[in-house]
Design a binder for this molecule. Structure first.
Ligand code: NAD
Length: 296
């Protein structure tokens, strides 16, 4: 297949490379010359504009920073420029409303099939082709998108209609933000109560306090499996990205009139942590802020 890939950053770079490995011809576009050069090294064909990249393709995949950019790229340069039979797949994490609006714009042209397909899994999963895709769109659009997404992920799940992928993504990450904070504060308190951290981990990881934040991504160095905590909280999932997802969740909660007191508190705490200049630190590093506020 001939595929246009727009946005070759930390995530998109590895995803586009996996499409090349699967035998697809990939036209690549990014505003960054460095990202484009890396994509060329991985076997993509670099293009100078989005419009050039989408010429004659069977599908367009995008992995962009936010909803504003996604809307502009699709409405200015993809819709009406890519062949009408092309499947449009936006993998960026954006707000539900923008995802639905862009799909409406695509639908006005009649024959485009479009899905929102945000991912779970970070840069390592993007490189390894082991992402989980949560897909919103019609059953037919899902079927077409799945044939492409399966080359970049270990799971491709149909979440429902337009915007349902984004809804699943922000609800999932709201759980992640809240459980990470809860896990961090429990470790800090356990230590202050005289518990050995490893002993507490051994107990809680097999008891009802268990969660992904504890057993797959333990925020304490030297405890549990290897995680960013063992690398001075570098790499992994940046606090700024967690905050972005929590703020999208708060926006969606307000629109849907959903009560999200735990998610809201997690958003406040991650905002506080980012304000301390820790936006690029892994999100599990918030344990340091909790340790320090207990000392104050
Ligand atoms: P990134 O900043 O590394 O990459 C984004 C790329 O888009 C950059 O290379 C930038 O130059 C390019 N870009 C920006 N505007 C453009 C435009 N108008 N046309 C073409 N290219 C443009 O970000 P990332 O970490 O790869 O994240 C991408 C998306 O994936 C975000 O929506 C993010 O929330 C989501 N996400 C990231 C992670 C992660 O761990 N990094 C995990 C899950 C989801």
């Amino acid at each position: 297949m001939k595929i246009a890939f727009i946005g070759l950053g930390n995530m998109g770079g590895g995803m586009a490379a996996n499409l090349v490995k699967a035998g697809h011809q990939v036209n690549a576009f990014d505003l960054s010359a460095d990202a484009l050069a890396r994509a060329k090294d991985q076997g993509c064909t670099p293009c100078t504009t989005v419009r050039e990249a989408v010429q004659g393709v069977d599908a367009v995949v995008s992995m962009l920073p936010n909803g504003k950019i996604v809307q502009k790229v699709y409405e200015d340069d993809v819709i009406g420029h890519a062949p009408r039979a092309a499947t449009l797949i936006d993998c960026s994490t954006i707000d539900v409303d923008t995802a639905r609006n862009v799909m409406k714009s695509a639908a006005k042209y009649g024959s485009y099939e479009m899905v929102d397909a945000p991912v779970s899994g970070g840069i390592a999963a993007a490189n390894a082709g082991t992402l989980t895709f949560m897909v919103g769109g019609t059953p037919s659009a899902f079927m077409h998108a799945e044939t492409i997404l399966k080359h970049m992920g270990k799971a491709v799940i149909h979440a429902g209609g337009s915007g349902a992928g984004q809804a699943a993504k922000i609800c999932n990450n709201m759980i992640l933000g809240a459980t990470m904070v809860a896990t961090c504060e429990a470790f800090v308190m356990a230590k202050k109560l005289g518990l050995d951290p490893q002993t507490f981990y051994d107990i809680s990881s097999k008891a009802s306090g268990q969660s992904w934040s504890m057993t797959s991504y333990c925020p304490l160095p030297g405890v549990g499996p290897q995680s960013p905590a063992d690398n001075d909280y570098q790499g992994g999932f940046a606090t700024n990205l967690m905050l972005k997802d929590l703020l999208l969740a708060m926006e969606a909660a307000e629109q849907a009139n959903a009560a999200v007191p735990m998610g809201a508190r997690a958003a406040e705490l991650y905002q506080e942590f980012a304000n301390l200049g820790q936006g690029n630190v892994d999100f599990s590093g918030i344990i340091r802020m909790l340790e320090a506020s207990g000392e104050a």
